[in-house]
Design a protein around this ligand. Structure first.
Ligand code: NAD
Ligand code: DAU
Length: 338
């Protein structure tokens, strides 16, 4: 079956493309990506020769390109988004454009072409923030949407567009909401690759505020496996939380990274807090476990974190090219200015 993956050159999208080509012999993947600062085809160098893989450089807001690309596809897995909270605080315009308008364009294109299923990849951040005190509380799929950052607000809007397409047009749409991912090929603006790359390079790590904020960490391949399960067995019009029950404060995470690289607390630089910084995310993922039998198996702590740090250590060339932006010039030559 032919599956269109938007945002397949980014962190989770590239892991998803590699994962499904490895485990689903009958899938063909069209990677539809605009190659923004976060898109990097080097993430997929090992699969680019696979005859089941093709790449289209296009924008999710381009309705004509979307209509051409979805032709003949059985499913769309929609990852493409502006994904970094700090960037959304500095400038929210690209978030509304790509995350809201881009999702509407892809939904319409898929529906008009008769694509059988559309999986919209979303985030636990649409539920807002939990208090630190009530440790037993978790977000379920029925929790109200209460996004706080411009990024989260744009994702919540896109979730509602996806669910509205199901309700209004009977389109087969599923929304997934996953917690914080970690693993290989994550752009080093997000906390785990940023702190890891800084420490490996002898630089200090900028910890926001008091470091008590909690995130619920899942290995990216567990997320990819869950998405394949949802695509194949989920129910149309439903929302599925995806999480690994792995809550850590940022200070705890930072100390774990320091222990792995053998460095001390003097490497922590306390910096001003992120405006509107959500205190805690925690997901109740019983629904996907009970309905689809999926369970996280690759997120165990600290071994999964150790493997991730080892990956960044072993891929110093990738880190250097991403941090310097050297790969961008190649894309401009190959595909033209964006
Ligand atoms: P990323 O920033 O690493 O990658 C985003 C990809 O989308 C890039 O390849 C980029 O080139 C592409 N893209 C951006 N704008 C585009 C546009 N206008 N047209 C076409 N392509 C465009 O993001 P990620 O961390 O891999 O996240 C992927 C998805 O998963 C996002 O929808 C995000 O909201 C969601 N998500 C992420 C996490 C996480 O922890 N990273 C957790 C839950 C959900
Ligand atoms: O929860 C899922 C979300 O996780 C995804 O939807 C987002 O796309 C993804 O970016 C991520 O959002 P966060 O804001 O949680 O991730 P980030 O890596 O930016 O930050 C994680 C925590 O680390 C957060 O509490 C802020 C803190 N932090 C982050 C950075 C970049 C720091 O203390 N210092 C930093 O330099």
């Amino acid at each position: 079956m032919r599956v269109l993956v938007t945002g397949g050159a980014g962190f989770i999208g590239s892991n998803f493309v590699r994962f499904v080509l490895g485990v689903r012999a009958d899938w063909r993947i069209v990677n539809y990506d605009a190659l923004t600062y976060a898109g990097n085809l080097e993430n997929l160098r090992d699969v680019e020769g696979d005859p089941r893989y093709e790449f289209v450089r296009a924008d999710v807001c381009d309705a004509e390109a979307a209509a051409r690309a979805v032709e003949g596809c059985v499913a769309v897995v929609h990852f493409a988004a502006e994904s970094h909270v700090d960037r959304s605080i500095m400038d929210s315009a690209p978030f509304v454009r790509t995350n809201v308008v881009g999702t509407q364009v892809m939904l319409d294109a898929a529906r008009r072409a008769g694509v059988r299923r559309f999986v919209h990849v979303s985030t636990d951040e649409v539920y807002g923030s939990l208090p630190l005190e009530r440790a037993e509380e978790r977000f379920t799929e029925r929790s109200p949407l209460a996004p706080t950052s411009p990024y989260a607000a744009s994702k919540a809007a896109s979730d509602l567009m996806a669910l509205a397409a199901h309700r209004t047009h009977g389109q087969d749409v599923i929304v997934t909401r996953c917690s914080n991912n970690f693993g290989a090929y994550q752009f080093p603006e997000k906390v785990i690759p940023l702190f890891t790359c800084n420490l490996l390079g002898g630089q200090r790590v900028p910890l926001y505020g008091d470091g008590r904020n909690v995130r619920d960490w899942i290995h990216v391949e567990d997320h990819c496996e869950a998405l394949a399960a949802v695509l194949e067995g989920g129910r149309a019009g439903e929302v599925y939380n995806i999480g690994a029950d792995n809550e850590r404060s940022n200070l705890e995470l930072t100390r774990a990274l320091l222990a792995i690289v053998g460095k001390g607390e003097e490497m922590i630089e306390r910096v001003a807090d992120r405006p509107g910084h959500d205190l805690r995310y925690a997901l109740d993922a019983r629904k996907i476990r009970e309905e689809l039998g999926w369970e996280a198996t690759r997120s165990a702590w600290p071994s999964a974190l150790e493997h991730t740090v080892a990956w960044y250590r072993e891929h110093a060339g990738w880190v250097e090219r991403v941090r310097s932006g050297a790969y961008r010039a190649y894309y401009e030559r190959q595909y033209g200015e964006r």
